[in-house]
Structures are given as C-alpha cells and as structure tokens.
Design a protein around this ligand. Structure first.
Ligand code: PGA
Length: 253
C-alpha cells in the first residue's frame, strides 16, 4: 500500500559545480527506477538550480527547514510559500541538528510542520533519541513526546500528508547504524502510536530510517516491515552510493 521513499539530505554541503555534477550523475540512473520514489533536500540558495536540473526527471526536491511563520518581518527566514514557489515537494522538519544546534523546541517544530501542510508541501518530520536517552530507557517516551507535539497542533489526520523519519541521534553521521531490529522496533512503536489515533493513516504512513545508511546496509534496513525507505545524509553526496541506496528501495521483482 505504501511505497518506499529515499530522500537525500545534503545538509550544508555543495556548490553550483558539485551540485550539477552530482545530479547529472544521478538522473540517468535513478529516473528509470520504478516502484520507489526519490528526492533530494538541498540548501535554500540552490533550490532554483536543483529545480531547473530535476524538473521532469522523476526525482523530487525539497528543503531542509522552513520558518514557522508565513511571509513577513522575519529577517533571515524562509517561508513555506517561498519553498512552494521553487517546486519543492518535501521539506525536512525538526531534524535533530535543528533541534540541538539551533534550539528548536517541539512547539516550534509543530508550527513548522503545519506551515508546510498549509501550502501543500510534504513535511518529513524527524524524531529520534540521543544516546543518553536510549541508555536511560526513554527512547519511546522521547519519540512519543516529539510525535504528540505535532499531532496536538495539526491533528492525527494531518499525518496522511506527511512522512516521518526515525533518526536516532547517535547514528547520525557517526557510522553507527541502528540494526534493522532496533530500527524496526521503533518504527513499529511510531506506527502503533499513530494507529491509536487513526488506524488507516498509520497503515499508509511512510516511516523512513535515517542514520548512517549506506549502500552496504540499506537493503537489510529497508527489508524490515515498518521501514519504508531512508533519509540519507553523508551517502547522498556520493552519486554511486545514493543510486545504490535507491535501488535497494525497489520492490523485489
Ligand atoms: P547520515 O545523516 O546519513 O550522514 O548519518 C542522516 C541525517 O542526518 O539525515
């Protein structure tokens, strides 16, 4: 019922020349992949370039953040309306780097999520626990709190138009991946939590895994029943790796 999705998160990387080379290598290999979707979430200044290169390619694009308010006196911020102007399909919301480095609270993340939906963007809501939280046995409580903030603001029905990414903070950029079993357990918890509000929405919800996904571990992770693809940081900057990961998301023939 729900297909797989592989989304690159370039973070604060790239330049005009390297973006062009990366996308030109990806397009001919990823465009023909059927049965799985792919996208790249890029820094704001490159949205116009990426829109121009990816339009009609079958690879979608999006941003990595947005403002919790619409257009107005918010110096330095970028609104959902502006992202829609550049053909974005997705926007990452509440990435752990935004939460920890830029101090975004659950409440701000919930407002950003609702702004994305207001203009028809698909928010990719990131949730995940730190190593301390995992070791303290509060993983589920942390994820429930992060999810409930968004559901409280927008209602469970809003998740029909959203994607969730489970990204254990200890696995991001560290080379330490959650095992398929560890990830599956949290994905199943997220789906159960959403199902408590609406079973049909939970059944259709794409839940991506993120945190040191590579070509070498993607197939195993994507094989777990509640893992519907990946949010890929470091490996999305390498065309061969990203293409291989997208192939792992294809349904078995
Ligand atoms: P990583 O990042 O793949 O480099 O671990 C994932 C993310 O932060 O989205």
């Amino acid at each position: 019922m729900r297909g797989k999705l592989v989304t690159g998160n370039w973070k604060m990387n790239g330049n005009l020349a390297s973006n062009q080379a990366l996308l030109q290598a990806m397009i001919p290999a990823i465009s023909p992949i059927s049965g799985a979707k792919s996208a790249v979430c890029v820094p704001f200044p490159y949205l116009a370039q990426v829109e121009q290169l990816l339009r009609g390619s079958g690879i979608a694009w999006g941003a990595q953040d947005l403002c919790q308010f619409d257009n107005g006196p918010y110096t330095g911020a970028v609104s959902a309306t502006m992202l829609a102007d550049f053909g974005c399909r997705y926007v990452i919301v509440g990435h752990s780097e935004r939460r920890s480095v830029f101090g975004e609270s659950d409440g701000v993340v919930a407002l950003k999520f609702s702004q994305a939906l207001r203009v028809g963007l698909i928010p990719i809501l990131c949730v995940g626990e730190t190593l301390d939280e995992r070791e303290a046995g509060v993983t589920e409580a942390v994820i429930a709190r992060q999810l409930d903030a968004v559901i409280g603001q927008s209602g469970v029905a809003a998740l029909a138009d959203a994607v969730i990414a489970y990204e254990p903070v200890w696995a991001i950029g560290t080379g330490k991946t959650a095992t398929p079993g560890e990830a599956q357990a949290v994905h199943a918890f997220i789906r159960r939590r959403v199902a408590a509000g609406d079973e049909a929405i939970a059944a259709g919800l794409q839940i991506l895994y993120g945190g040191s996904v590579r070509a070498g571990n993607a197939a195993q992770l994507f094989g777990a029943p509640d893992i519907d693809g990946g949010l890929i940081g470091g490996a999305s900057l390498n065309a061969d790796e990203f293409i291989a990961i997208c192939r792992c998301a294809q349904p078995a023939a």
